[in-house]
Design a protein around this ligand. Structure first.
Ligand SMILES: [Zn+2]
Length: 158
């Protein structure tokens, strides 16, 4: 690793420790030439599969911004802290990164989002579900509400 201060083409590792539950290695380095110290982080590089849209043909790269926007829309004016949303996004991304497939349908991603929203806020869950399932009739909502009620009931009895 080059020294960021003087550009010397080498550095010594003086300390190395694992952080973030073992997913990141943090190294303190020292430049043997100018004696500057700096830190580097090492992470496993896993990528998120390409998304396949509903038509089954169009491929689009995953976008964290789009995911966040759609979840924020569902959570609009709901009393949910921003860091809870970020944690949910983290979990969704981790799940996607661990998949063996190179491509994944947006429907699958939608399922993950619904799973997270269900834990966060039932109103947001229903909002998202209404778009996700293309609800058109009020009966669809009644059905979804009933399902949600069943889910909440099951979770309570756990
Ligand atoms: Zn240096």
């Amino acid at each position: 690793m080059n020294c960021p201060y003087c550009g010397y083409r080498d550095s010594q590792v003086i300390d190395s420790r694992t952080s973030d539950e073992g997913t990141t290695v943090r190294r303190r380095r020292k430049c043997p030439k100018c004696d500057s110290r700096f830190t580097t982080y090492e992470k496993v590089a896993l990528s998120i599969p390409v998304l396949i849209k509903k038509d089954g043909l169009t491929r689009v790269p995953y976008s964290q911004e789009k995911l966040r926007n759609s979840m924020q829309l569902a959570l609009r004016k709901r009393p949910i802290k921003a860091d809870l949303l970020e944690e949910a996004i983290d979990r969704i991304e981790r799940n996607l990164k661990l998949r063996k497939e190179k491509e994944i349908s947006t429907k699958e991603v939608g399922k993950l989002v619904m799973g997270e929203l269900r834990k966060l806020d039932s109103v947001a869950y229903l909002r998202f579900a209404s778009v996700y399932f293309n609800y058109s009739k009020p009966e669809d909502f009644t059905e979804a509400l009933k399902k949600l009620g069943d889910v909440l009931e099951r979770e309570k009895s756990k």
